[in-house]
Design a protein around this ligand. Sequence first.
Ligand code: PRP
Length: 180
Amino acid sequence: MHEDCERVILTEEEIAGRVKEAAAWLDERFRGTTPVAVCNLKGSAMFFCDLVRAMQTDVELDFMAVSSYGNDTIAAGRPKIKKHLFSSVAGRDVILAEDIVDTGRTLVTLRNFFEERGAKSLTVVTLLDKPSRRKVNVSADFTCFTIEDAFIVGYGLDYAEKYRNLPYIAILKREIYEHD
Ligand code: PRP
């Protein structure tokens, strides 16, 4: 384990097992269709790659970035779209992969975004959900893990852009983010 981490809460194996279940759920739902799978960068990058590789269904891939935080631990108001999709999603079934639903503000922004662009349907799959932090009434269609309100990093999730490449999800030591 990385020396800045206090405790691993989800191992590489636990994540891999649950990601396969999410992929199977999507395969069941989208059999015979070709949805567009959208990765919301950067946090979802690892989850997205593992998820689409575990799917049997043909999917097109697209990428965007919505950012709600600076290098801070507190939500900085309204999420902003930093990078747009490469292709149109009008009339398409969209699968959105999120790493975490926290306050829910990013997800609301994304739901509105896909509706405005005329997506036929939107299915949200999130790796993590922190329902205790919710500020707006929104939820994913498939949640891999519901977790407590702790400062976590790894498998795409960062603190000040660090720790995204850890293969597991761990609680960050308090002294790391309290010293900054
Ligand atoms: C994080 C995370 C989610 C969002 C969830 O993104 O990846 O997209 O916040 O928070 P919310 O439910 O409170 O809106 P962040 O803005 O940190 O960008 P990143 O993915 O590039 O790390």
